[in-house]
Design a protein around this ligand. Structure first.
Ligand code: ACM
Length: 541
């Protein structure tokens, strides 16, 4: 005969194994991305004014962030206490380097009626544990205004959690439509709730140069104020005009700091050798036909030079000067140099470029492209950084230190990983959030394609064609919000969520626990959180 106690334990075990929401809090726990394991226990911990936060030494900064996060909705700031003063009615943050089963981003969370304990190896793990606590509380905890008549209950659970992948990213594109600082910061807040850890910012393109470079002031004096962005059918001269803009170096420092406080690394993308119209208009000598270009009015320069750099030694030096200032501003390991969609046909037509190719003993334009990227790779490697480029950098030979971002399907990622290079999977098929997410006639104008929520959720970042011993080279996933058709924060949020919530789970949760029905059930509650945060998400079908 099975007694009540052992039956309960059997049920608990099944819950852990299945990873599904069940037990006494089955309906109240809806964490996204889904934790590695959850054990549901009876009862609640209730946060009140008298609750204390206990955190020592390096955990103190995370305690402040927790107190800051809870204060607006609760209407009070939790007080700190030292461990010896208080056992119960406390939220404890503990750093413990011995928690060997957790990665640096992982955490353990124990909630009982008496206390909440978050343990982690590193501060970033504590931060992720706090994000989970926020998702265990009523959704209104995310309100920026005081919420009355709510009991701030955290259901009793035991969670062990850590990410599947180390690169869980999104990309935004202020080159096509400038994104004001405040919108970027808000975007980062929402990323943090989903445990994303990387934000790629596409800072330069044909439509604009968006970062102050002290050595080359015209990049922003001219390149940030281009007349128009991508031409759409039906656009008039007036409707094509967009406000320009750029980030000062002080803006960038603030942005990097803000993201770092949320354990998000900013990956700057400085495009080369194509998508460089903003730079060529500002400094025509780095393009192919300097004299012709300088005669053109700004609005006519847009197509001039067909926006591909001339990879002369002087151009290499110019772009390396730019990268030097970029490295000063962005402390992260990865610098993205674009590398995609270069129309090297212009080099083929240029006598000067053909002569350069011969002088460098290169056989074709693909090799010249590869030579140019290798100059950047060597330079970045010398400065202890890693080059990232779109998968076109495989053509003509991959630079030794390069990490490949696979966007034209998975093949580039497969080839690079099997050759021992690190890879971020970002294929159009599953991660281009500038694509339509429903019937085109019912959606705001998008660039094309069709990427519904379920397809994002179904993405498996490790292709079967990657050899077993090479799968560690798949660093993770990234979702792209290209900006040709996205000009406001509201539209960006609409394109991002809930698809980015699905991608967050692809990047974080174990492959074996993925279950679209479970995701949708949790998402319906998760959308309440996004609503409270004022995120303009698209309602799922
Ligand atoms: C890309 O979408 N051209 C990387």
């Amino acid at each position: 005969m099975i007694n009540k106690f052992s039956l309960k334990n059997v049920v608990r075990l099944l819950v852990i194994v299945a990873g599904t929401a069940a037990g006494s809090h089955g309906q109240t726990v809806s964490v996204i991305p889904k934790p590695v394991s959850i054990e549901y226990l009876d009862g609640f911990f209730t946060i009140t004014r008298s609750t204390r936060v206990i955190a020592e030494n390096d955990a103190a900064a995370e305690a402040s962030k927790l107190i800051d996060a809870l204060a607006p909705a609760m209407g009070f700031r939790l007080q700190r206490a030292i461990a010896s003063q208080r056992r119960d009615d406390a939220i404890k943050l503990e750093l413990n380097g011995q928690l060997s089963q957790l990665s640096d981003e992982g955490y353990e969370l124990d909630v009982s009626a008496e206390q909440v304990v978050i343990r982690a190896r590193r501060e970033g793990g504590l931060f992720h544990g706090i994000q989970t606590v926020l998702q265990l509380l009523p959704a209104t905890v995310l309100s920026k205004a005081r919420v009355e008549n709510v009991t701030w209950n955290v259901p009793c659970v035991k969670i062990v959690d850590y990410p599947r992948f180390q690169w869980r990213g999104l990309l935004v594109d202020p080159a096509r439509h400038f994104i004001p600082m405040e919108d970027l910061l808000r975007f980062i807040d929402t990323m943090a709730l989903h445990k994303f850890n990387s934000l790629q910012i596409h800072l330069t393109d044909d439509q604009g140069w968006r970062i102050e470079i002290r050595k080359y002031p015209k990049l922003t004096e001219t390149g940030a104020l281009m007349d128009f962005t991508t031409m759409r059918q039906g656009d008039t001269e007036a409707s094509r005009k967009r406000p320009g803009g750029y980030y000062t170096q002080e803006d960038v420092r603030r942005l990097v700091r803000y993201a770092a406080e949320r354990y998000i690394t900013i990956v700057p993308e400085i495009e080369m050798p194509a998508h460089t119209g903003g730079a060529i208009v500002s400094y025509p000598q780095i393009g192919l036909y300097p004299r012709k270009l300088s005669d053109l009015a700004p609005s006519q320069r847009w197509k001039a030079n067909e926006r591909v750099l001339a990879p002369r030694p002087e151009t290499v030096a110019f772009m390396q000067d730019v990268l030097l200032e970029v490295m000063e501003l962005f402390p992260g390991r990865y610098i993205h140099i674009g590398g995609d969609e270069a129309n090297t046909g212009h080099w083929k037509k240029s006598e000067e470029m053909q002569a350069l190719q011969q002088r460098l003993d290169l056989t074709d334009e693909a090799e010249l492209h590869s030579w140019f990227i290798k100059q950047m790779d060597t330079f970045l490697t010398r400065h202890s950084r890693r080059l990232v480029g779109w998968d076109e950098i495989l053509q003509g030979g991959l630079a030794p230190g390069a990490t490949v971002m696979s966007w034209r399907g998975e093949q580039g990622g497969i080839t690079a990983a099997n050759a021992g290079h690190d890879v971020v999977m970002a294929p159009t098929s599953h991660t281009y959030f500038d694509y339509y997410q429903g019937p085109a006639e019912q959606e705001p104008r998008a660039i094309g394609g069709n990427l519904p929520l379920e397809k994002v959720y179904g993405f498996e970042p490790v292709p079967e064609a990657v050899a077993a011993e090479k799968t560690r080279h798949i660093l993770g996933v990234q979702g792209q919000l290209w900006g040709e058709y996205i000009s406001t924060a509201e539209h960006r949020e609409y394109m991002a969520y809930p698809r980015a919530a699905a991608l967050a789970e692809v990047g974080w949760s174990p492959k074996a626990s993925k279950d679209y029905e479970s995701f949708l059930a949790r998402l319906s509650r998760h959308l309440d959180r996004l609503k409270v945060m004022g995120v303009n998400y698209r309602k799922p079908d």
